[in-house]
Design a protein around this ligand. Structure first.
Ligand code: PBG
Ligand code: ZN
Length: 329
């Protein structure tokens, strides 16, 4: 056969490689997660997530400033309340920890986009993402009573100044319920980033340390998806689109690149990938042992998410990644 195809011709020089590079990561692609706790001056490092802290509101504002200065457009807020109960009061109360953190960040940094996680698991005593019959130890989450609480939560978060509502509980009809709640409260312009295809994953383990949100009994398999399924992910995606989602999230990211790709093909909404806590912790553990090059591994992984179709990446490595990007420009 002549001529011989020689793909290596285009790899022969760094500048040539830059010219034919298909996927380029920028800070615009990133969203940085933050965990708000009560108090002042608090910074508790999460045992299983070196470099990630539970922060009091004053510290959240400092960290958010750093994020903003690195050119990252958005943070996502999670909250650890003072008290947990059956009604998840801390989630929807106007004095809730996420509401306070949102107000403080927006006051200090009006141009930083504040995404809020809208779920009940950090606020319920049993740690499930929804409402349970009082005294029920089977972990059977009641769908529609949960929707009412999620609606209240989203409206309260929007009232505190949240820019994007990100419901993560995988309840049926949660996008529609929240959209309706927001519209009725005159928040028609607040977008919903739905955790549309969220799997029941063991990779959330370290997050549950960070957010103190492990279920006290049972597991989340009656609401989060079975890792074996991909057609079901498309079903979830189409339902959320019909219900009014503005952005779609796939979670976790690394083991679900096929899902990211399919969601991208199946819709024309922006797709977000959540590079979850367990993915972060594995990289950190290996890096702290000097077994891998953290920077190279992280940049390769994040670039791969984008190549697979992610328009946005939620990652605990966002600040590091933005710094590394700046150093190669
Ligand atoms: C709450 C929620 C979880 C994560 C984001 N929102 C945990 C869970 O479903 O148990 C996981 C994030 C991570 O692991 O980094 N519904
Ligand atoms: Zn939850």
């Amino acid at each position: 056969m002549f001529p011989v195809q020689r793909p290596r011709r285009l790899r022969s020089h760094p500048q040539l490689r830059r010219m034919v590079r298909e996927t380029v990561l920028t800070p615009n692609d990133l969203i940085y997660p933050l965990f708000a706790v009560p108090g002042t001056g608090v910074a508790n490092e999460v045992r299983s997530m070196p470099g990630v802290y539970q922060l009091s509101v004053d510290k959240i504002v400092e960290d958010a400033k750093e994020v903003y200065d690195l050119g990252i457009p958005a943070i996502i807020l999670f909250g650890i309340p003072e008290d947990k109960d059956t009604e998840a009061t801390g989630a929807w109360h106007d004095c809730g920890i996420v509401q306070k953190a949102t107000e403080a960040v927006k006051a200090a940094l009006p141009d930083l986009i504040v995404v809020v996680d809208t779920c009940l698991c950090e606020y319920t005593a049993h740690g499930h993402c929804g409402y349970l019959e009082v005294g029920d130890l089977s972990g059977r989450v009641l769908n529609d009573p949960t929707l009412d609480l999620l609606k209240k939560t989203a409206v309260s978060q929007a009232s505190a100044g949240a820019d994007i509502i990100a419901p993560s509980g995988m309840m049926d009809g949660f996008v529609q319920a929240i959209r309706q709640g927001l519209d009725e409260a005159n928040f028609e312009d607040i977008p919903i980033m739905s955790y549309a295809a969220k799997y029941a994953s063991a990779y959330y383990g370290p997050f549950r340390d960070a957010a103190d949100s492990a279920p006290q009994f049972g597991d989340r398999r009656t609401y989060q998806m079975d890792p074996s399924n991909s057609r079901e992910a498309l079903k979830e995606i189409h339902l959320d689109i019909a219900e009014g989602a503005d952005m779609l999230m796939v979670k976790p990211a690394l083991s679900y690149m096929d899902i990211i790709w399919q969601v991208k093909q199946a819709s024309n909404l922006p797709v977000a990938a959540y590079n979850v806590s367990g993915e972060y912790s594995m990289v950190k553990a290996a890096a702290l042992n000097d077994w891998i090059d953290e920077e190279k591994v992280v940049m390769e992984t994040l670039t791969s998410f984008k190549r697979a179709g992610a328009d946005l990446i939620l990652t605990y490595h966002a600040k590091d990644a933005a710094r590394w990007m700046a150093s190669v420009l």
